[in-house]
Ligand binder design. Structure first.
Ligand code: ATP
Ligand code: MG
Length: 415
């Protein structure tokens, strides 16, 4: 038996249905905010991620699914979407419009150590908005993620925010971190020793050292913010209150990617068994990335939700945004012509309808009904076909009612 590759996932049954429902739910949510769906390639040149995500990130250093194609070009399966969306934005000169608001979803690939909530192929659903720098807008972006997740039924969510500040704040902060960590390097993990040289901010994002006192006592970003960045962050907090998004400040939140500036945030599900995989959404402002890839200054902000993690967390919280039942089961007892006509009519009228195609006995069909748990069972036997009516059985009360063929749809729509 061939098995699925390590770190990949099969979703079926109610989980498969929930996965699909969640994607379509979030898509319609974003349409309400006038975000437009964009589709980008599943793989790009490796160069894009090296420059766009950053050479010092775990993603580029350890997790890239890269390969040489048959013409020896180095390609990478997308580990995230932001770099690809920025590339699309630049290549198609979409900046000719002052603002652009996009959403996307699809597979991302990272060569990680698989565990619950952490896979090698997973789905990201996210947004990227270009051309706007306004803390009220940042708050709106955060509120979109928060509202979508709570609307789907996830309750115990915590929004954590931080500010990395503008370029000058970041430089001042990085210097302070270098000074602080330099005499303590021996007590940090091997990766952190490297991060000290490549991108000292990253030490704060370490999954190995995260409970280390040295990290906990490190200097805080907020003390190094420029006046402008401080004011921006203060307005962001006011705006979050206006939009009724509860939040916590997390001064060690730096996020895994190189390109963030000012606002960063994560949405975490408290009390989860998923441990460090309980972060369901991460995002932030990245005012330098468009310039890094396209040499024009355009501010931007986005977030990304891990859809499999979301489905797992809904499961864990015992929240079912959608159920697996059907509206109506049509029990065909040897009356194909009449029964299939009714099945078709029901579906045309929008009822989720199931029937039997294998000429099963009444007893066998009632077993099926137990599984499907329909609201109503339409029994169609010889008498019904001859008399041009159906017997409608209420699956809850078990009561039967005869309904004329011509009145069937109206009757079912009323009850
Ligand atoms: P983490 O800290 O958990 O590694 P990250 O900072 O690497 O996450 P992002 O790059 O911000 O994650 O990706 C956005 C979201 O995608 C995460 O918040 C998470 O929900 C999801 N995600 C990231 N990596 C994985 C993975 N390997 N498997 C499943 N979901 C993932
Ligand atoms: Mg990661």
């Amino acid at each position: 038996m061939i098995q699925k590759p390590k770190g990949t996932l099969d979703l079926y049954g109610l989980e498969g249905k929930t996965y699909e429902y969640v994607l379509s739910y979030m898509s319609s949510f974003l349409n309400m905010y006038n975000y437009n769906y964009v589709k980008i390639p599943t793989f790009e040149t490796s160069e894009l991620y090296k420059r766009g995500v950053g050479e010092s990130s775990d993603i580029v250093n350890k997790e890239m699914y890269d390969f040489l194609d048959k013409s020896d070009r180095s390609m990478t399966l997308r580990p995230e979407f932001t770099a690809g969306v920025v590339r699309m934005f630049l290549e198609n000169k979409l900046y000719s419009k002052e603002t652009n608001k996009f959403y996307y979803y699809g597979s991302a690939f990272r060569y990680e150590r698989p565990q619950s909530g952490r896979y090698r192929e997973f789905t990201q659903f996210g947004v990227e908005a270009f051309g706007i720098k306004n803390p009220y807008f940042d708050a709106e972006v955060i509120s979109i993620a928060y509202k979508m997740l709570t609307d789907l039924g996830l309750k115990d969510l915590v929004v954590q925010i931080n500010s990395l500040g503008d370029n000058s704040s970041r430089e001042a902060y990085k210097n302070a971190l270098r000074e602080y960590f330099k005499p303590k390097l021996d007590n940090l993990c091997e990766d952190c020793k490297n991060r000290f040289n490549t991108n000292v901010l990253r030490i704060l994002d370490c999954k190995v050292d995260k409970d280390n006192e040295i990290l906990k006592n490190a200097p805080k970003t907020l003390n190094y913010l420029s006046e402008e960045s401080k004011e921006y962050f203060d307005i962001l907090k006011t705006a979050l209150n206006v939009l009724e998004v509860p939040f916590e400040e997390n001064t060690s939140l730096v996020r895994g990617l190189d390109y963030y500036t000012d606002t960063v945030f994560e949405i975490v599900y408290k009390d989860s068994n998923l441990g460090n995989a309980s972060v369901v959404c991460g995002g932030g402002r990245y005012d330098n990335l468009v310039n890094e890839l396209g040499k024009i200054n355009i501010p931007a902000i986005g977030f990304s939700i891990g859809v499999e993690r979301l489905v797992l967390l809904l499961n864990e919280a015992n929240v079912k945004p959608i159920d697996n039942k059907v509206d109506i089961y049509v029990m065909n007892l040897g009356q194909d012509k009449y029964a299939y006509e009714i099945v078709d009519m029901l579906r045309n009228s929008g009822f989720i309808t199931e029937t039997d195609y294998l000429n099963k006995s009444m007893k066998a069909q009632f077993k099926l009904v137990d599984d499907l748990n329909p609201d109503y069972i339409l029994i169609i036997g010889e008498d019904e076909a001859k008399g041009n009516y159906v017997t409608v059985k209420d699956n809850l009360t078990k009561e039967n009612k005869k309904v004329e063929f011509d009145e069937l749809i109206e009757y079912l729509s009323m009850i």
